[in-house]
Each structure stands twice: as structure tokens, then as C-alpha cells.
Design a protein around this ligand. Structure first.
Ligand SMILES: Nc1ncnc2c1ncn2[C@@H]1O[C@H](COP(=O)(O)OP(=O)(O)OP(=O)(O)O)[C@@H](O)[C@H]1O
Ligand SMILES: [Mg+2]
Length: 449
């Protein structure tokens, strides 16, 4: 859309005469200054008024009056909430001016400049709550995202619409590449955990914990080999293991990464499609008996304390099973059925896939999975297969993650925007320690259902 330049000469007619009115740049500058700095202008005017009052009505000499007023103003700054309010005001003004400068080359944003409502600084990112003016939208900010990154010299600028107020956008300015670098140490669960509580996977770009809630959800972890899927699964399974009420079934398509967890599993199979088929058949039968139990007890789904605990099925490298001939077809059908009907019965499906594509993870299974994590993928298409169509074109693609950034991925939770995070790193020793804690908790005599 073409936006008229406010500095363009205005042509008016006075009777027969044509008058050209040219607006000087300095007028705009003054107007802008007054708008931006009205609080300072009002404050200085008020202080001068007080000094004038002291001079004229109280007969204090001018210089003394000014010093008195300034000292009183300084004394006010000793009150913490006034000091905080002043600091907040200056911080907001500074970021407002910077945002205006960063977007001034865009016609529409220059005409209706967005304003900053709040600023939150964390070690690696600054989060701005930006208010858009009528006439502009999130798409306008998305259009100038590159320019914003240049202006702020940021590693990345993320824009997330506020779900409750369409005029508000959360702009996260990421300084550098906070998720690159050494592995994140995992403290691991040291005691009992409840699967109904969130599981912390790692940290986001703003240094805040990134977590998921698994109950009533399924999870897909996708990414090329060595991107960090099994390690992230270790975090999840280690934490879940410490909920002794939860039955865990593991189908380890690589027969390698999850051998240590065998003692805490209700069922564990390796790279054997027929054994996997048997196990899934058993889980499917259990799903049916759980549904009957729920119906008999007048319940619609498994909830905390209902008498039936959730059950977790983890499939490492799902395509290994699903593409193994006749058994593979049956496995596909069983997994589709479990993902469709398992939610109410408390069955949580977690799968990893190395080469996400329509033939390795069929759409009818993928579409039933609400939580997705895309670690580094070879292509935008592979990333979109994990996260869902269209995210790559909005700038969220795991193909941008550097090869050396193992464990960095996008988490997409139902209905949100993909969030870049780095998962904790689980060493072999830590895994063994967590398995020991989990086995001890399970031996504690806690009955499952
Ligand atoms: N969060 C992390 N932080 C640091 N290093 C990590 C992280 N996750 C994984 N790694 C490193 O990357 C290696 C490969 O990780 P992992 O086995 O989880 O990859 P994968 O995606 O499961 O690979 P594959 O598809 O081949 O099984 C690990 O051995 C570890 O050295
Ligand atoms: Mg793996």
C-alpha cells in the first residue's frame, strides 16, 4: 500500500491563487521530540514552577531555589518505587525510540509506529511487548524482521502474537547464539515425580526452562542422525521413570540407546519387528481393557488419582518397524489406532524418526500427535514434516540449526509457535543413576493400576 509522505508539500487554493505549503523537517523533529519526551518536559516544567514559587513567594534566591528543588527531586529518587518507575520510564522510552528507528524505513510502520509496552531482559535475550497501532498487523513486523535483526545486531528476532490481545506482539531479540556452546548439565530427578507435572527438557533462547506436559498428548521427535533425539528421549524417559505408577514400554529400533532402561520397563523389545508387533498387540489389548474399566467406573478419561495411571509407549526410530514388510503394515495400523484412541485411556505415545517424510511417518499418525520436536533436519521439507506444514516459510525451520548444535531443536506444543531450545545432556553415568533411582522407587511397592 502506498503511504503519503507527510513531508510532501501541500497544495492549497486561496481564491484564484495556488499556495504551496512546505513543512520543514525541524517541525517534525520538534513534534516527535515533544511526543516522545512529554513526561520529561512536564517534569522539568513542574520543577521550574516550584523553583519560581520558592523564589517569588518564599523569597529564596534563584540559584538556591533551583538547587533546593533539584535536591528534593533527587531525594525522591531514594524511594525505591519512584526510582523503579523512573528507570522503567527511561528504559521504555529508549526501546520505543530504537523500535521506531528500526522500522522507520517501512512506509506503513513509519506512519503508524508500534510502541513498546514492556521490556524484560534475560541474560541472552530482550523481550519487548510491542503494541501495534490500528492499520498495522503482525505481518508488517514480520516483513521487516531482517531489518530488525540488522538494527539490533541480533542473532535472531522472534515475533509471537499475544493470544489474548491481537494488538500485542511479543518481540524477542536474541543476542548472539545462546544455544550454541557446551552441553547443558542435567540435574535429573532425585526423587519421586508425577507424570501429571510438566517435564523440563532444557532451556530456551531467553534462558527460561522449556517444558512439556505429556498427559493426553503424544510426542514426535524428528531430526537427522546425531541431532539429539535419543538424548532428549533420555531426559523424558528418565523423568517419567521416577513416577513409579507409570508403566513404560520401549521399542528400541536401534537396539542400543535404551538398553540401560530395561529394568524399569514393563516391556522392552529391540530391533525385532515381530516382537514389536506382539508388544503393540498387548498394549492395544490393554487399551481396550482400560477403556472398559473407565466406562464401568463412569469416567471419560484417565485423570490424576482416578485409579488408573498413564502408560508410556516409546518407539525409537519408528520407520524401522513401520517399514518392515507385512509386520510393518500391522505395526502402522496398531500405532495409528493407539494414537487415535489411546489418549482417553491414558496412553502416551513418544516416537523418534530420523528422516521425517510422508512415507516414514504417515500423515494419519502424524496428525494425531500434538507435541513435536524438530532437531536439526537436512531440509526445510523434513522440518515441516515434523512441525507441520508452513512453519518453514514463516522462518521456523530446523534446517537452519548448525551441525554442531546437537540437542538444539524447535518445540511445537499444541496451538503455539515453535520455540527454539536446547535439551539437557544426559551422560551414561547420569542415565544409570536415574535408572537406579527409578527402579528403587518402583521397588517401593507402589502398585500400578
Ligand atoms: N543436548 C545435547 N547437548 C550436547 N550434546 C548432545 C545433546 N544431545 C545430543 N548430543 C550429542 O550428540 C550425539 C548424538 O545424540 P543422539 O544419539 O541423541 O542423536 P540422535 O538424533 O538420536 O541420532 P540417531 O538418529 O543416529 O540415533 C550424542 O552422543 C551427544 O554427544
Ligand atoms: Mg538415536
Amino acid at each position: 500500500m502506498l503511504v503519503p509522505d507527510p513531508r510532501a508539500p501541500v497544495v492549497a487554493r486561496l481564491g484564484m491563487r495556488k499556495v504551496v505549503i512546505t513543512v520543514d523537517d525541524s517541525v517534525f523533529w520538534l513534534e516527535k521530540f515533544c511526543i516522545r519526551r512529554w513526561v520529561e518536559i512536564v517534569t522539568v516544567t513542574a520543577l521550574l514552577g516550584l523553583a519560581d514559587f520558592a523564589h517569588i513567594d518564599l523569597h529564596v534566591p534563584w540559584v538556591a531555589a533551583v538547587i533546593l528543588v533539584l535536591v528534593s527531586a533527587m531525594a525522591l529518587l531514594l524511594i525505591p518505587f519512584i526510582r523503579r518507575a523512573v528507570a522503567r520510564h527511561f528504559r521504555l522510552t529508549r526501546w520505543r525510540i530504537r523500535l521506531e528507528a528500526a522500522t522507520r524505513h517501512d512506509g506503513r510502520l513509519a506512519q503508524y509506529p508500534p510502541t513498546v509496552k514492556a521490556v524484560l531482559r534475560t541474560p541472552h535475550a530482550t523481550s519487548l511487548t510491542v503494541q501495534l497501532r490500528p492499520g498495522t498487523g503482525l505481518a508488517d513486523l514480520e516483513r521487516v524482521k531482517d531489518e530488525l535483526e540488522t538494527y539490533y545486531r541480533a542473532g535472531a528476532v522472534r515475533l509471537i502474537r499475544d493470544g489474548r490481545d491481537g494488538s500485542l506482539v511479543k518481540m524477542r531479540i536474541v543476542h548472539g547464539q545462546p544455544l550454541s556452546g557446551p552441553p547443558l548439565a542435567w540435574s535429573g530427578p532425585t526423587g519421586r515425580f508425577s507424570i501429571f507435572d510438566p517435564i523440563i527438557l532444557g532451556v530456551g533462547e531467553d534462558a527460561q526452562p522449556v517444558q512439556i506436559r505429556l498427559v493426553e498428548n503424544h510426542l514426535l521427535l524428528g531430526g537427522s542422525t546425531g541431532s539429539g533425539k535419543s538424548n532428549c528421549a533420555n531426559v523424558i524417559l528418565g523423568v517419567i521413570g521416577c513416577d513409579p505408577t507409570v508403566k513404560i514400554y520401549i521399542l528400541d529400533g536401534k537396539d542400543l540407546d535404551h538398553v540401560a532402561k530395561r529394568p524399569l520397563c514393563a516391556g522392552h523389545v529391540g530391533a525385532d519387528p515381530l516382537a514389536a508387533l506382539d508388544l503393540l498387540q498387548g498394549i492395544s489389548d490393554e487399551m481396550r481393557s482400560r477403556t472398559v474399566w473407565l466406562a464401568d467406573n463412569g469416567l471419560r478419561k484417565v485423570t490424576k488419582g482416578c485409579g488408573l495411571a498413564p502408560l508410556v509407549v516409546f518407539i525409537e526410530e519408528f520407520p524401522f518397524y513401520s517399514q518392515s514388510g507385512k509386520a510393518g503394515k500391522e505395526i502402522n495400523e496398531l500405532v495409528r489406532d493407539i494414537s487415535a484412541r489411546g489418549r482417553a485411556a491414558g496412553i502416551i505415545l513418544i516416537m523418534t524418526v530420523q528422516k521425517p517424510a510422508a512415507d516414514t511417518i504417515p500423515t494419519n499418525i502424524r496428525d494425531l500427535i500434538s507435541l513435536r520436536i524438530a532437531f536439526r533436519c537436512a531440509t526445510k521439507e523434513a522440518s515441516d514434516t515434523v512441525l507441520g506444514g508452513g512453519w518453514a516459510s514463516s522462518g521456523y525451520t530446523a534446517s537452519n540449526i548448525a551441525l554442531e548444535d546437537r540437542g538444539v531443536g524447535y518445540l511445537l506444543a499444541d496451538g503455539g509457535v515453535p520455540e527454539l531450545f536446547k535439551s539437557f545432556y544426559v551422560s551414561e553415568d547420569q542415565e544409570a543413576a536415574v535408572v537406579k533411582t527409578a527402579v528403587d522407587l518402583r521397588k517401593g511397592g507402589v502398585k500400578n493400576d
